[in-house]
Write a protein that binds this ligand. Structure first.
Ligand SMILES: [Fe+2]
Length: 203
């Protein structure tokens, strides 16, 4: 049907509860925030579709809601990537994986890559750190995303995502963001990241 859409449905990340370094209280709050982005994304689609049907696209209300869509949608999707690349049981990064080898190739060493990824996460401000794979050149790039919607690299695939909004750590760590980043690194699901890379880099 014209104008109908399949509403986005929230994914469950309850299996992360009990993860070392992040309290259940923090995670549950974070899941609620994620669902808020998802609900608002669905709501915005409905409102924008209705405005198009009614011919109300030439007004500031339409323009502002359309601009906001990228913020809500990315707030939803980035959390899905982020929770999706964490795991309760510590995971080993397979040194024979294509991703590990490419990190060494592009950054000189795994350690160089990790150092930059952590440093970007420590930058002042709220946002995200994304390890991207540029499908056009085959290059891995660590990127800062401001808020949810500014700084994305077009055509590049997200491989590993870390949330550095204050809600991601303040309940547990206060201002000690580096300690949260440490906990995040212990919780990375390297299998997921390696699989994302394999998929993105497949010819
Ligand atoms: Fe978040």
């Amino acid at each position: 049907m014209e104008g109908e859409f399949m509403a986005y449905k929230p994914k469950s990340f309850e299996t992360l509860l009990g993860i070392p370094g992040l309290s259940d209280q923090l995670l549950k709050n974070h899941f609620t925030l994620y669902q808020g982005y998802l609900n608002n994304t669905n709501r915005l689609i409905e409102i924008l579709n209705a405005m198009v049907k009614e011919g109300k696209t030439g007004i500031p209300e339409y323009a502002e809601l359309k601009r906001r869509f990228g913020w809500e949608w990315n707030g939803m999707r980035l959390h899905e990537y982020y929770f999706g690349n964490m795991v309760k049981e510590a995971s080993e990064f397979n040194k024979n994986s294509k991703l590990f080898k490419k990190l060494v190739e592009d950054f000189g060493s795994y350690e160089n890559w990790e150092k930059e990824f952590r440093a970007i996460g420590a930058m002042r401000g709220i946002g995200w750190v994304i390890l991207y794979y540029d499908r056009f050149t085959g290059r891995l790039i660590n990127q800062w995303i401001n808020e949810h919607d500014a700084g994305h690299l077009s055509g590049a695939a997200p491989i590993l995502i870390m949330d550095v909004f204050e809600h991601a750590y303040m309940i547990d760590y206060g201002l000690k963001r580096a300690d949260y980043i440490e906990a995040f690194f212990k919780a990375i699901d390297w299998k997921v990241a390696a699989d994302r890379f394999d998929e993105a880099s497949a010819k």
